[in-house]
Design a protein around this ligand. Structure first.
Ligand code: UDX
Length: 463
């Protein structure tokens, strides 16, 4: 009896482990991808570090959550002496831990036939190969940003970069100024460990059975056309809960992971009291930091714009400038964290001042909120260029020579987006992209087809 059961279970197909990098901006899209796969019939285990597991609640239905150790079970990356030490530890401890999970699932009659892993954890592919199962990488940045790293790998962009040769042309991309490059490329000396990890993804890209990217075909169509057949990036995005993609069948209004506790529902009640499209929502994501000087300038800009604003301030209050927001009362609400999706989808919100993290950009595009792009680092400078110049869905703020966004510049950008000459055009573009995102994700849409094809292969073993 038992051997028949084992033989049957070992034939089971369509069972995946999904392994995100343990940060908010990575867990969100990968958790959303997992939910989608499960809704289409796959079985899934979401495996993340003990430190981040506690932020996923309530546990999404039909997804098993398991721990994978990174060697820093108590405090995660924050407890590692350096980024490089953290990545090395996750590689050595995590490989073993992942292998143990695969064996555990096999022994409990639930054998896995694919690992979908965050591109920041390239060693997961070796584990997949070791067990003879499929390996699929998931890239959490735009395809355009991915293509730049790819060009470095091909030797078309060499370090140290010669600023004199800019603007440069790369296949499928608009002419790029030096300031349009991702921070890891423009200033490789600032984050050598991250750059090395990112570059390693591209060394092994073609060894994967699938390489998924959180974008959609239509959004980066020039690039997709130019690189067709040259590299195998498969667009499956936007990874935004379906309720925000005009899919009324889904009631899922959040990703289901919060590294910070959302402030009470007070902000939603506050938004309820404001007229349509009158509020500026300000957030710089989960990783960025804001200096007191910068906060002061943002405050000046917001005051000058005479709009209402909802501001996510994650840092401790003693970093706020003295007299911060004095003279303002009902015009402003500062919260430590919120459900960004619910805020963006609220009719009172008319503008998103964002650092242009890729998730934030996709969320605003999908929900239809125009942006003021205030890039900080990483992939954000490139994203902010596309927001203004390519998709026409916002205004890109220029920083001064000290790297500070001035109040005047912020005020100018908010007006551009909310009531200046350009605002009608910007708002109509963002509505167009919102429809396009919904189409890509709906049945028969470009991303949905790619996901269904993947599922079919995993379930049947047939192309
Ligand atoms: C980072 C990079 O910036 C991003 O480009 C990369 O692709 C992933 O890692 P992060 O800086 O955190 O991410 O920004 P972003 O990509 O925008 O992700 C932040 C997430 O947190 C979004 O999904 C957003 O909805 C959520 N969020 C943010 C909240 O739910 N509440 C908040 O108050 C702020």
């Amino acid at each position: 009896q038992r051997s028949i059961a084992i033989a049957k279970m070992n034939r089971q197909k369509g069972n995946v482990i999904v392994l995100p990098y343990p940060a908010q901006g990575h867990i969100n899209p990968l958790l959303q991808f997992t939910k989608l796969l499960v809704s289409k019939g796959l079985k899934a285990t979401f495996a993340t570090t003990p430190y981040t597991i506690k932020y996923i609640h309530p546990s999404p239905p039909h997804i098993t959550i398991e721990a994978i150790s990174d060697g820093f079970d108590e405090g995660g990356c924050k407890h590692a002496p350096t980024v490089q030490a953290y990545l090395d530890s996750y590689k050595s401890v995590g490989s073993k831990s992942l292998a143990e999970l695969i064996v555990k699932l096999r022994d409990s009659f639930s054998p896995v036939n694919c690992i979908i892993y965050d591109s920041m954890l390239p060693w997961a592919l070796d584990v997949a190969k070791q067990f003879g199962i499929y390996g699929a990488v998931f890239l959490t940045t735009s395809a355009s940003v991915c293509s730049m790293y790819w060009q470095i790998k091909l030797g078309h962009l060499n370090f140290p970069l010669d600023k004199g040769v800019f603007p440069i042309s790369l296949p499928g991309l608009p002419p790029l100024q030096f300031s349009d490059l991702p921070g890891f490329i423009a200033k490789p000396q600032d984050h050598p460990a991250y750059l090395a990890a990112v570059m390693q993804q591209f060394e092994t890209l073609e060894h994967n059975d699938w390489a998924f990217c959180n974008t959609f075909q239509e959004l980066e169509s020039e690039l997709m056309k130019d690189l067709e057949g040259v590299w195998q990036l498969i667009p499956v995005g936007p990874m935004v809960p379906y309720a925000y993609l005009n899919q009324p069948t889904s009631g899922d209004i959040s990703y289901g992971a919060n590294f910070w506790e959302p402030a009470s529902q007070k902000y939603l009640r506050w938004l309820e009291t404001k007229p349509p499209r009158s509020v500026v929502y300000v957030s710089f994501g989960s990783m960025g930091t804001t200096t007191a000087k910068q906060a002061q300038e943002i405050e000046r800009g917001l005051k000058a714009s005479k709009k209402y604003f909802l501001w996510v301030w994650r840092e401790s209050e003693d970093r706020l400038p003295e007299g911060f927001l004095s003279g303002l009362d009902d015009e402003v609400l500062v919260v430590t964290w919120c459900n960004q999706l619910e805020v963006l989808a609220h009719p009172a919100v008319g503008c998103f001042v964002t650092h242009c993290g890729w998730n934030s950009v996709l969320e605003a595009l999908s929900i239809g909120v125009p942006m003021v792009a205030v890039a900080q680092g990483g992939d954000q400078p490139t994203n902010s260029k596309f927001v203004e110049e390519i998709w026409g869905v916002g205004s890109r703020a220029e920083k001064d020579s000290n790297g500070v966004l001035t109040g005047e510049e912020l005020d100018r950008c908010i007006r551009d987006v909310m009531d200046g000459e350009k605002s009608e055009h910007i708002n109509s573009n963002v509505s167009k992209w919102s429809e396009s995102a919904a189409r890509a994700a709906s049945l028969g849409g470009s991303s949905e087809k790619n996901i269904s094809q993947f599922i079919k292969i995993l379930m049947t073993g047939m192309e």
